[in-house]
Design a protein around this ligand. Structure first.
Ligand code: EPU
Length: 339
């Protein structure tokens, strides 16, 4: 285990913020993680577990230990007549896992194509897009308890998944290092293509039959038309969550702002499109130095090159204030902000 000092994190976070870690260590296999947990050096340092770095904003340098998770490997670990279980190392890129499933004709994750980040981080914030969340296919994960070095297997119920939420963001935050995740996929495709834009994209492909590959292609097209390419421009996807309100508040808002975009959920609540709120406040395409708001999706903040974490944060705060003042809604960041 090699511990590096004052290590640049610029290429380890998709916002491309040039922050440094006072100490840095990378784990490439499960044994290294267990060993670290059992004989911990730097025990009293503040620590941060970094996976794909696609949902994080460094406001400043990190005065502690950053642990980078890089465990690889994808394997089939079980199957029955209708399903397969696919296990991925936490450090595998999420899209590589999705591509593997598509390539083997296993259905379930195709709507989550082209999402940046690594497999091990997907359950932490229960990633989701186009009508699907990773929880819909989640089977289990293996994680090491950092204090004791004991491996625990979490099933879906134990993860307590919610909208961009799980136990790993709340009750057991920073207590476990996830080693691998296992998804249960269908051998016969089950398509989730009700989302309007998917139907329109599939139509363009002019197919006789819908396939998993075609759905994935449609999703990739939609994403690339709205979201910045993380290889070209720094961002962390949606910066804020869509606020959830009860019916009373929704009706009040609808009365005042008839054009408001909202989606009812099963719990009788309404998810308000934060992108719409921000767009209404005129922020879309706004630029201040090298920080800015995406021109095609107002929910995405971007780093044009050398923006500092604080600058992105200050822009986010201004956006929150304007939305609060006009709509009376408090936007909550979806991105993990590291002070
Ligand atoms: N809208 C605007 N202006 C904008 C952006 C959005 O008016 O600038 C309105 C549009 O009417 C649009 C609606 O808001 O129909 C919703 O926008 P979109 O379909 O793009 O989805 P979203 O709610 O903004 C969520 C996820 C995305 C995910 C998409 C697609 C959150 C916080 N974000 O965005 O996830 O890709 O749905 O399913 O739930 C991410 O988490 O990083 C992410 C990109």
């Amino acid at each position: 285990m090699e511990i590096k000092k004052d290590f640049s994190l610029k290429y380890l976070n998709t916002f491309r913020i040039d922050a440094t870690a006072r100490f840095f260590v990378e784990f490439k296999n499960d044994y290294e993680v267990i060993d670290f947990a059992k004989n911990r050096t730097l025990k009293n340092e503040r620590r941060l577990i970094l996976n794909g770095g696609s949902n994080i904003l460094f406001k400043s340098n990190f005065d502690g230990l950053v642990i980078k998770i890089s465990m690889q490997g994808i394997e089939k670990t079980g199957e029955d007549k209708n399903h397969v279980l696919i296990k991925a190392g936490a450090g595998i890129s999420w899209d590589k896992l999705v591509e593997y499933c598509i390539g083997h004709n296993y259905s379930g994750l195709e709507n989550l194509s082209a999402i940046p980040g690594n497999a091990g981080a997907a359950p932490i914030q229960n990633i989701g897009a186009y009508g699907v969340e990773q929880k819909d296919c989640f089977y289990s994960l293996e994680a090491v308890h950092i204090e004791t070095g004991i491996i625990k297997i979490f099933n879906a119920a134990e993860c307590n998944f919610g909208y961009r939420e799980s136990i790993f963001k709340k009750q057991v935050k920073d207590e476990y290092i996830i080693l691998s995740v296992t998804y249960q996929l269908f051998k016969t495709p089950v398509f989730r293509i009700d989302y309007g834009a998917i139907k329109a994209e599939l139509k363009k492909q002019n197919l006789k039959n819908v396939t998993i590959k075609a759905v994935s292609k449609a999703i990739c097209n939609i994403r690339s038309s709205k979201l910045p390419n993380p290889d070209e421009i720094g961002s962390a996807g949606s910066f804020f969550k869509n606020p959830m309100v009860d019916q009373k508040k929704y009706l009040e808002l609808k009365n005042k702002f008839p054009e408001i975009v909202a989606y009812p959920n099963d719990l009788g609540k309404y998810k308000i499109a934060a992108g719409w709120l921000i767009d209404q406040m005129g922020w879309k395409g706004y630029r201040r130095g090298d920080s800015g708001v995406c021109k095609t999706q107002a929910l995405v903040l971007i780093n044009y090159g050398s923006a500092k974490g604080e600058e992105i944060y200050s822009l986010a705060t201004d956006i929150q204030q304007s939305v609060l003042k006009h709509f009376g809604l408090q936007l909550e960041p979806e991105v993990n902000i590291i002070q």
